[in-house]
Design a protein around this ligand. Structure first.
Ligand SMILES: [Fe+2]
Ligand SMILES: [Fe+2]
Length: 466
């Protein structure tokens, strides 16, 4: 038996919800089994300085203490309900928000929730071995913080499946523990979540770009007319901000270390650091792979989700027109080997609208990195690849583009590929640097220490008791 109020912090009145209790009693042991086999298994007995959300109040959502990860209190939190909330966009705009799943949109909603949910355990699986090569205790702790919170995000989505989708919801919840990242027979749903993430530069890029896709998916679901989904996603966004911080500052610290060496006239490779060109290639890879997560540029699914009021645009309140019926969006297409433009109804371009926000947000991160380079007095500047570069989904897949989005032929791409994307040698080199550093206050040679520690603690704090 589970002691609900203690073991599973929540604001969904779990101790009085018999139906949810029954569903969780079956699912929770399977989840723990999954964590113990597919999570960061070799660190399950270690004490980690982690934050846990124990309530949605200002002081309650980030309580810090030493915890063994399998004992982490994965909770269920929704942002408090807003009295009289109405649907903010689409054909049902102005109607009362749904507290139950509207029958006609049940399948679409379930699919959106399952797709989001699937990314959460996937990322834990992708990152499960990184603990062995952490560059410091500070970074090790951040990795585990991200991991347990992705676990909580899975709980958040499973809560919705269990509470609102009956038997098929329970089946979907079980299957979320059965798919495996990178498994050829039973893979995770989305491509990026099957990519190996075996070194820390990949991890930081993942947290920068792939978690940022998560941010924008959550922002658009936070607008949903299905109120429990909207409220769940709003709370998840508070945690997601930390993951993006880990990514952006992680890449930033790798850049800073290399920049300092270059400024001293040293060769980064000789000092065991990562050359800018290699970092830039990793950025190209993870950014382009994450661009794919938004789906096709022209999408009738996207139009349906918007029309029905189940998935809006990020920051819907910044728009004046929440119908999106009269406007169009200019999509660049490929026709006969040339780029052409086509006007499509705005509702059909919702994926692209969301990708626009993603690109804008990424640019801020790149500016942050370039300030580090500039401060070191160097000329080099980091960049994003054009959104058409290296795509596997949408109108640009099956064509080749350079970093600026110019169409090129397959031979030209092949000739340049080693300059644009990580080569086997690059990956081998980066991997060769991944030696764990576990002494308090010590940092690996390829990354600079953070300017400050976690929760006001010093940077040489014992973040993990090994
Ligand atoms: Fe997440
Ligand atoms: Fe995340």
């Amino acid at each position: 038996m589970i002691d609900y109020s203690q073991k599973i912090p929540n604001n969904v009145d779990l101790s009085h919800d018999k139906r949810l209790q029954r569903a969780l009693e079956k699912w929770q042991p399977d989840y723990i089994d999954w964590w113990r086999s597919m999570g960061p298994t070799d660190f399950n007995e270690k004490e980690i300085y982690l934050r846990t959300a124990v309530s949605v109040e200002k002081n309650g959502w980030a309580q810090f203490d030493y915890v063994q990860m399998p004992d982490y209190r994965w909770g269920i939190f929704l942002q408090p309900a807003e009295a009289g909330r109405t649907i903010g966009f689409g054909d049902h705009q102005g109607q009362e928000a749904w507290q139950e799943v509207p029958g006609e949109y049940r399948n679409w909603l379930r699919r959106l929730i399952v797709t989001q949910a699937d990314t959460e355990p996937a990322s834990v699986e992708q990152q499960r071995l990184l603990g062995h090569t952490a560059p410091s205790l500070y970074d090790l702790r951040n990795l585990f913080q991200v991991n347990v919170e992705e676990g909580r995000h899975l709980w958040a989505m499973v809560y919705l499946l269990h509470s609102y989708f009956g038997r098929d919801g329970r089946e979907e919840a079980s299957e979320l523990l059965e798919r495996r990242s990178g498994n050829a027979d039973h893979p995770r749903i989305l491509g990026t979540f099957n990519e190996p993430c075996e070194d820390w530069l990949s991890f930081f890029c993942f947290a920068m770009f792939t978690d940022r896709d998560g941010k924008f998916q959550l922002l658009s679901l936070a607008e949903s007319g299905f109120d429990p989904l909207a409220r769940t996603c709003r709370f998840m966004l508070t945690e997601e901000a930390h993951h993006l911080f880990v990514g952006q500052t992680g890449v930033g610290r790798v850049i800073k270390r290399t920049a300092e060496l270059l400024a001293e006239g040293k060769d980064p490779r000789e000092e065991g650091a990562i050359p800018f060109e290699v970092i830039q290639k990793y950025i190209h890879f993870w950014c382009s792979s994450s661009n794919d997560l938004y789906g096709a540029e022209v999408s009738s699914n996207g139009a349906n989700f918007f029309r029905s009021g189940i998935k809006g645009r990020a920051y819907e309140d910044r728009y004046e027109d929440h119908q999106a019926l009269n406007d169009s969006y200019e999509i660049t297409q490929v026709e006969g080997g040339r780029l052409t433009t086509e006007e499509v109804p705005l509702r059909n371009a919702m994926n692209e609208v969301l990708r626009d926000e993603f690109v804008k947000d990424n640019l801020k991160g790149v500016e942050y990195w370039n300030r580090i380079v500039e401060k070191a007095g160097l000329e080099y500047r980091f960049r994003l690849p054009h959104r058409r570069f290296n795509r596997s989904i949408g109108v640009y897949a099956n064509h080749h583009f350079d970093l600026d989005g110019n169409i090129i032929d397959a031979a030209a791409f092949e000739a340049k590929k080693h300059e644009w994307l990580p080569t086997d040698e690059d990956r081998e080199y980066v991997k060769s640097l991944m030696q764990k550093v576990t002494e308090q206050g010590k940092y690996a040679a390829w990354i600079s220490p953070p300017p400050k520690g976690v929760n006001g603690q010093p940077i040489d704090f014992e973040y993990v008791r090994l």
